[in-house]
Ligand binder design. Structure first.
Ligand SMILES: Nc1ncnc2c1ncn2[C@@H]1O[C@H](COP(=O)(O)OP(=O)(O)O)[C@@H](O)[C@H]1O
Ligand code: SF4
Ligand SMILES: [Mg+2]
Length: 325
């Protein structure tokens, strides 16, 4: 039996904007094992949030399959999805917009339990206090409103809310990206501690390579909705197998923030059209227009994801690993 907690297979999500089709996710496959943190990294517009939302059924899936603990959760009825949410929760980037400003922190934390059918008043109260403590917040916040909290405290509340019903998998979508660096570090460490104490698995979505490297056992690198590379974090970041990962990493490593910003802009991906050559319908390497190592084949065929010699490593590049020489 497979010990995958989550398995995403050949996931495609296509959006339509008028007559334009946007292939936001194009054939993505990856898995997460129990207790593992898998990072989904790539620049803005690469399809990270769309994958996260597709797992939770928040965007329609064009094709592909998602299984959770061996059960097909690709298309669920309302009741089935409610059950699925007991096991899988999400923490978003901006807790200010994901927390209801009209509800106290106590009411916010009770809500997930109530929507799952409730429980005895005293039991719910105990759970709220326990979770506040676990995320490092004082009990007196229970009667406060989100606007009365700092950004870091609000994100701790969002984490506590996600954990109220004891999920197995938490999807963090840029969960610390809006926080100051020192607060970010505290929240990342909190997530790590909670992983141990609550036995969680994470899908950790971020554009920030340093954060992903710190948090994740394995990483999946996305470009224009396709997986360019995946493998153990240390392998991928120490010696990228794909030219795109190399570019991402060089941008992240440059000590000059201006250079980092300029590189980010340079590689900021615009909404993608279906990955086909407009004239002849031939699919090509999506990275070819920006790749310093492209050759004829890269413009005429699409490289598929192949195993590398590293454990669990995969790369979609005709010239890997030779481009590194
Ligand atoms: N609801 C939507 N309707 C149309 N296009 C969308 C929608 N959501 C995302 N997209 C497009 O899909 C692509 C991937 O977006 P997203 O998954 O948000 O990327 P990321 O999270 O990596 O920044 C982008 O081109 C984005 O403009
Ligand atoms: S397949 Fe070709 S264009 Fe694509 S990343 Fe590899 S070398 Fe570059
Ligand atoms: Mg996003």
């Amino acid at each position: 039996m497979s010990d995958h907690l989550l398995q995403v297979q050949d996931l495609c999500v296509e959006f339509r904007q008028g007559r334009k089709r946007i292939m936001a996710v194009d054939g993505a496959s990856f898995s997460i094992q129990a207790g593992e943190t898998v990072g989904l990294v790539g620049e803005s517009g690469s399809g990270k949030s769309t994958i996260a939302n597709a797992i939770l059924g928040l965007v329609p899936i064009t094709s592909g399959q998602i299984t959770f603990a061996g059960e097909d959760v690709t298309h669920l009825s309302f009741d089935e999805r409610r059950k699925f949410y007991r096991n899988t929760q999400m923490v978003f980037q901006d807790p200010y917009s994901s927390l209801n400003p009209m509800r106290t922190i106590g009411q916010t934390l009770e809500e997930p339990i109530r929507s799952l059918g409730g429980g005895e008043r005293g039991m719910i109260n105990d759970r709220v206090l326990t979770m506040l403590k676990r995320v490092g917040l004082p009990a007196e916040l229970i009667n406060r409103y989100p606007r009365q909290l700092s950004g870091g405290q609000r994100q701790r509340v969002a984490i506590a809310r996600a954990l109220m019903a004891s999920p197995k998998l938490v999807i963090c979508d840029e969960a610390t990206s809006a926080l100051d660096l020192s607060v970010q570090a505290q929240v990342l460490n909190l997530l790590k501690d909670l992983q141990q104490s609550e036995g969680l698995s994470y899908l950790f979505v971020s554009h920030d390579l340093e954060v992903v490297r710190y948090m994740c056992d394995r990483v999946v690198v996305l470009y224009q909705g396709r997986i360019m590379e995946s493998g153990l974090s240390d392998d991928v970041f120490v010696g990228p197998a794909h030219p795109y990962t190399d570019v991402l990493q060089r941008a992240a490593l440059d000590p000059d923030p201006k250079v980092q910003r300029a590189r980010r802009r340079e590689f900021n991906v615009s909404p993608q059209v279906p990955n086909k050559n407009a004239d002849d319908g031939v699919r090509r390497c999506p990275f070819a227009p920006r790749c310093a190592y492209s050759q004829q084949q890269c413009w005429e065929e699409q490289p598929s994801l192949c195993s590398t010699e590293r454990p669990g490593g995969q790369v979609a590049c005709f010239r890997s690993p030779e481009w590194r020489q």
